[in-house]
Design a protein. Structure first.
Length: 270
């Protein structure tokens, strides 16, 4: 079985695949400092809670945008799962050609999303990920990653609003009944939610205009993405597990490489 770990700025999202089937998903907080043993015990415990024997994990792939946790996380995989994890990064086979000015600056999570959107929905495609940051990434019909837009995420914007204004409280991110808010909480909800809806619609429109790709498919993912997908007509598909699916696709492309085979032989895996 394959364990896919998407290490984001806020959460580590894990998915367990048996072949192409996603058997289980769970999340851990990224910012909590952990040793390799703590990572190993936490991961093993969550697998068991999902009725998966940790010994059944034969392969691990990691996409990370948080370098500080990688040493402990990588060591935990080697110690508790007896395998060398595949790290999404420079030199790995993805099937996507990054055609930006500095390909190494493109985060692993964005590459993974691009691979999944292109492979599963076809190109040209625009993938929107509503995470800590909201990202818009453009892949053409040939599989080239052409451009990306980065904006503050929904939760990030809401937290900044509460943290920076002394008299504004924290609030739940939901769509209010009306944009004509009559009290503080619903006025903040209206500003954040309707603001994100408007941002999404405008950025998608401008990307189509400047790229000339009027037949562009738009695929959204991310925890709060479902809220935006329901409220705007410019999103064609919402796929909550897009990132994990992309990691599985990259693993499939990578597993027959010479480096992967050698590492498995060293660890006594077949």
């Amino acid at each position: 079985m394959l364990l896919a770990l998407d290490v984001g700025n806020t959460n580590i999202t894990a998915g367990v695949f048996h072949g192409e089937e996603l058997w289980a998903t769970f999340r851990m907080t990224t910012k909590l400092a952990r040793t390799a043993d703590e990572f190993g015990i936490d991961l093993s415990g969550m697998l068991e809670h999902n009725e998966i024997n940790p010994d059944d994990i034969t392969d691990v792939i990691i996409a990370s945008v948080v370098p500080d946790v990688m040493y402990s996380l990588r060591r935990s995989i080697e110690k508790y799962f007896h395998t060398e994890p595949i790290l999404v990064g420079a030199g790995i086979k993805t099937g996507i050609r990054v055609a930006t000015e500095n390909p190494r600056q493109i985060g692993a999570d964005r590459i993974v999303d691009a691979v999944a959107a292109y492979e599963l929905y076809g190109g040209p495609v625009l993938v929107i990920d509503y995470g800590t940051a909201t990202t818009y990434d453009l892949v053409d019909e040939s599989g080239s990653f052409l451009a990306g837009v980065t904006a503050p995420g929904i939760q990030t914007s809401a937290q900044a609003l509460s943290d920076m204004a002394a008299q504004l409280p924290k609030f739940e991110i939901v769509k209010p009944q009306s944009i004509l808010a009559k009290e503080t909480i619903s006025s903040m909800q209206a500003g954040i939610v309707y603001g994100q809806i408007g941002q999404t619609a405008y950025i998608v429109e401008k990307i189509k205009e400047e790229s000339g790709l009027e037949d562009l498919k738009v695929v959204a993912t991310g925890g709060l993405g479902v809220l935006l997908a329901e409220e705007t007509g410019c999103i064609d598909y919402y796929d909550a597990q897009l990132t994990l699916k992309g990691m599985r696709l990259i693993f499939e492309k990578q597993k027959n490489s010479a480096r992967f085979v050698i590492e498995k032989q060293k660890l006594g895996k077949k």
